[in-house]
Design a protein around this ligand. Sequence first.
Ligand code: 8YV
Length: 324
Amino acid sequence: MKKTVVGFSNLSNPLQQKLKEAFNLLMINPKAGNLEAQFQDLLPQADGMIGSGRVLNESILQYAYRLKVISSISVGFDNYDVDYLNQRGILLTNTPDVLTETTADLSFALLMTAARRVAELDQWTKQGNWRKTVQPTQYGVDVYGKTLGIVGLGNIGAAMARRGRFGFNMNVLYYSQHAKPELEQQLGAQRCSLDALLQQSDFVSVHVALNEHTHHLIGREQLTRMKKSAILINVARGQVIDEQALIDALSQQQILGAGLDVYTREPLPDSALFAMPNVVTLPHIGSATIETRQAMNDLAFDNLYSALNGKQPAYMVNPSVWSN
Ligand code: 8YV
């Protein structure tokens, strides 16, 4: 008999098709409202779950009596209570690696867009302003040869650092719990304290996972350490930065600008950030390319399929609960 899988977010049609062939697929409908009732109704039957972008904790998973695995279509797993999953013996899988380069691409795109004021001047041109000359007040800042500070030198942080080092001859500093001697050698990167990184970097790019140690890692005090000419980039998680402190720092010209893909609350319908020309705001699209989202879907499917067929999945967040 086919195992039952609950899709807990919008899933692409090809993924749903694939899931239907392998499993009995039940879909939560995020638009239908009364989500709790839907979970209560569907989860008792679930052997597996697949999706992303939704907080899944005890209040929802209490209904999942027989659940073996949650396959998250994301690298980040801050939406899940891993301690609770461990207690319940529920395996969590994720989709790292396949999104590394794409997310670093977007991070560098944000850096370039903010530095050279691409989005702002695009609007200016399209609004018919180019009868006037571009004024020095509209000039951007150089990227080539500047100092790039990477907060969190994991896979995506390292891919960002490579872009800066090899594409733009940047001097790379990094802040990380663990030293990365191989990357230091490859990139000529220098490990330093967070304060030193903030003081010396022209661009600070955030790449840490969100957890209790990194929540508001960049707070009011840290923002005061940054150069007035510096630009802050975040494609990791909004809560790593104290967003109100960032808004204040930007409006008081404590720093030059920011490029943001993630926010404290998502979706973000309105924000003081939207009125700031020196801030580039994107709607959490770090991994959102056709190829990468396809690869994430494929990997999430494979993780789920393996786990429900007694085969060890390639990417497990809490491998200690795995048993086949
Ligand atoms: C996800 C992400 O696709 O992988 C992650 O952790 O942030 C994104 O790439 C997104 O969370 C999907 O909702």
